[in-house]
Design a protein around this ligand. Sequence first.
Ligand code: ARG
Length: 469
Amino acid sequence: MTDQKNSDQATSSEKPWGGRFSEPTDAFVERFTASVGFDQRLYHHDITGSIAHATMLAKVGVLTDEERDQIIEGLNGVKADIEAGRFNWSVSLEDVHMNIEAALTERIGITGKKLHTGRSRNDQVATDIRLYLRDEIDVITEELTRLQNGLLDLAEREADTIMPGFTHLQTAQPVTFGHHLLAWYEMLVRDGQRLQDCRKRVNIMPLGAAALAGTTYPIDRNLTAELLGFDRPTENSLDSVSDRDFAIEFCSFAALLMTHLSRFSEELVLWTSAQFDFIDLPDRFCTGSSIMPQKKNPDVPELVRGKTGRVNGHLISLLTLMKSQPLAYNKDNQEDKEPLFDTVDTVKGCLKAYADMIPAIRSKADNMRVAAKSGFSTATDLADYLVKKGVPFRDAHEIVGKSVAFGVAEGRDLSDMTLEELQQFSDFITEDVFDVLTLEGSVQARNHTGGTAPDQVRAAVARARAAAK
Ligand code: ARG
């Protein structure tokens, strides 16, 4: 956020709505009801919206062309002041909208007071948030794509690396590391789709709804929508000023994205532990301990996992904010901004951290391999082998179960047993059993769309790259 000074210069009588009031606002109430501390972040979009509004008003004859030009020049001057840090944000002017309008009037005089013709802060703020969120969605889309591409590259590099696959966090079957990474990729693809779907409903223009009922001026909403790059104006003025569904949808996208990132984080934390030791995270993504000299902590994944909490919380905040609100605008809606802004900031930060970190992950293939070989990960392969020789699956399951029990007692994996040892459990077992008991044999055998075979991983990466074009 732009770090601007706040001051309390305007007196109550200077308030844009001060006409019907006979005493100044209580000093605490003024601070309590103000939003300028956080909504000044919308200044750029507020000015963009005002320029479009003034342009439209001139087109329909409500403003003269000279008035329009004065207003646009004045607004650009205000923007330059804000960006140069020369702007004094005033709490007594409540919010970003009235601060900018007052500054405009100070610059250009009486014409500045004409800008608000045919609109209200209610449709103005709804428009500002949508313009802001649309831009942020586009930034987030780029960062999400960068992370997705990093995952595809890493998955391709790790297509042949074998690791244990888990269910219940117990060794289940061998998988390729590339395949595991592509599971993460799929989650992010769905997140990207949800975000683009949300953008469609963000990109609709409420301006023109005015306070709640529309306006008596001959406005051209299609023109304003076009000037601002909106797909169309909203349909209903009451809904326009009260609707915050689009912000909730964005937060729901964000909560699910963060939930996914928290799952990735959990696995990265596990894999960097001395007990797993499957991957190395470069030092620049980790920190040390002030007391334990040996420590290298995976802070980035841990913090991303932790930040999921606030993003999930913001979704609940907005849902609860909107619950039971009568039509149309209510001051409650001012509370939409901080959760939304923090969600945007948090998501951008987490995506940046992940997009930078993922390409830097190095697998420790030997350790993964040792882990994949333990825990009888090829037991299902032995059962499938027997089925292919004519044994019913349930019987095969029983035979392999007994072989595993033998292995547990002996402290040996299936592939480390002799043919004679294996044959005590079934006559169907012959020399070729050792082909299926190897890790390579196990992963290569799962050679179909969506399977873990290295060739399937490479094919899936190629398909994903083509689809993303
Ligand atoms: N600061 C307000 C908000 O963020 C702007 C709209 C205020 N409208 C009003 N009628 N008080 O929602």
